[in-house]
Design a binder for this molecule. Structure first.
Ligand code: FAS
Ligand code: PHB
Length: 394
């Protein structure tokens, strides 16, 4: 027995992309149903991004979910690059007139869920066997099972916001979809600890033993990362080993200010660059990690997802409310134009700041020379800064 429901936009995935899209459509009186294979607690509990571009902050405020962000978010006007103990501050505000804001993705997801539930948003959690169908017709549908029942959502549009391991991308025929990928030969071990951060701004450090990043979630909660071998497991990294390695990589000057404490979240994430083209197939539109992945070195993954959704919501609203196909037709090209620039920046920051097993002395000299160039050239620093605060939407 299949239960049928109707909506205007079926959104697969309830991470930041799917939630923000649902909110932006609701703000225009457009209904949607959001599916996720996880439940709300699991989604809210995922520890991921931490830095918001100024454009992302504006988007969340305009969507009506920025109150806590404005109160609790930490504005940052710069960050440090460190190379074997030498430091150079990238003066974001001085070079671009813009800042970034430190505010965890967990908080954004929580703010979006609260708003969606306040307004009666339609969700199905813990769904299975999700299959988008008839995407190349004007009456697509999404079939799935939920609590043992088969449900068919008939809709006008399908938004694939189901992340890198979702199903939406795979609904695009193989002879239409092109993918591009680079997997990096290392991972990031991330730790959360209830201790004040070592510095009031972020520190991205390249040390001969590997990359380290000092970040934060608040003035009392720190977020640290270490480059690890791709095969490392969390079990191999005790807190003691983690702190010792972090102090070595950030150098004695910063280490002297480091306050250590027990970790309450510890995980290792793989790093890859990935893009799927096109980001549209008929009535299916991919947004966020479903279409692209960036190494977190440039703090871009979440920001790119928010940018896609701003472009997609404009396209759907123009089509649904005003019958205007213009932005629907240009959706994929508009997103990909920006996606590839952000992929480049994230790849560039990763190549600059990590130790690569295959690198010879020459490549290490190139990394150091690039750091010295950035540290002595306003133009080179500005190039980093304008990408870090966020490129124009389109
Ligand atoms: P998400 O992956 O967040 O959400 C997709 C949703 O779809 C999930 O809730 C999933 O359960 C659901 N889903 C998947 N398959 C489904 C199916 N078949 N049916 C229904 N639902 C399905 N970015 C940064 O900027 N900085 C960082 O430090 C950073 N760290 C990261 C660490 C990790 C371990 C990961 C995986 C990503 C990290 N990112 C980081 C990137 C991250 O923030 C993403 O860019 C962001 O979550 C993208 O949001 P979405 O596109 O909504 O995808
Ligand atoms: C984080 O705080 O999680 C963070 C910050 C900057 C990055 C990546 C992750 O580039």
């Amino acid at each position: 027995m299949t239960k049928t429901r109707k909506t205007t936009v079926c959104i697969i995935g309830s991470g930041p992309a799917g939630l923000l899209l649902s909110q932006l459509l609701a703000n225009e009186g457009i209904d949607s149903i959001v599916l996720d294979r996880q439940n709300r607690d699991h989604i809210e509990g995922r520890i991921r991004a931490g830095v918001l571009e100024s454009g992302s902050v504006d988007a969340l405020i305009d969507a009506g979910v920025g109150a806590r962000l404005q109160k609790e978010g930490l504005p940052h006007s710069g960050f440090d690059l460190a190379f074997d103990g030498d430091r150079h501050r990238i003066d974001l505000l001085g070079l671009t007139g813009k800042q970034v804001t430190v505010y965890g993705q967990t908080e954004i997801t929580r703010d979006l869920f609260e708003k969606r539930f306040e307004e009666g948003g339609q969700f199905y959690f813990e769904v299975e066997d999700v299959v988008p169908t008839d995407l190349d017709t004007n009456q697509p549908s999404v079939r799935f099972t939920h609590c043992g029942e088969t449900i068919d959502i008939q809709c006008d549009f399908v938004a694939g916001c189901d992340g890198f391991r979702g199903v939406s991308r795979h609904a695009i025929p193989g002879d239409t979809l092109n993918t591009f990928e680079r997997v990096y030969p290392f991972g990031w071990l991330g730790v959360l600890t209830e201790c004040p951060p070592v510095s009031h701004e972020l520190i991205y450090a390249n040390h001969e033993r590997g990359f380290a990043l000092c970040s934060m979630r608040s003035e009392t909660r720190s977020r640290y990362y270490l480059q690890t071998a791709a095969t490392d497991t969390v079990e191999e990294w005790s807190d003691e080993r983690f702190w010792q390695e972090l102090k070595t990589r950030i150098g004695p000057e910063s280490a002297a200010d480091l306050i250590e404490g027990p970790s309450f979240e510890k995980s290792i994430a793989p790093l890859r660059s990935f893009v799927a083209e096109p980001m549209r197939y008929g009535r299916l539109f991919l947004a966020g990690d479903a279409a692209h992945i960036v190494p977190p070195t440039g703090a871009k993954g979440l920001n790119l997802a928010i940018a896609d959704v701003q472009i997609l919501s404009r396209a759907l609203i123009e089509k649904i409310k005003r019958g205007n196909d213009q932005y629907i037709e240009t959706y994929s090209a508009t997103c990909l134009g920006r996606v590839w620039k952000v992929e480049r920046f994230s790849w560039h920051m990763s190549m600059l700041l990590h130790q690569f097993p295959e690198h010879s002395g020459f490549e290490k000299k190139m990394q150091r020379a690039e750091f010295d160039y950035i540290a002595t050239s306003e133009a080179a620093s500005k190039a980093i800064a304008e990408n870090y605060v966020g490129l124009p939407l389109d």
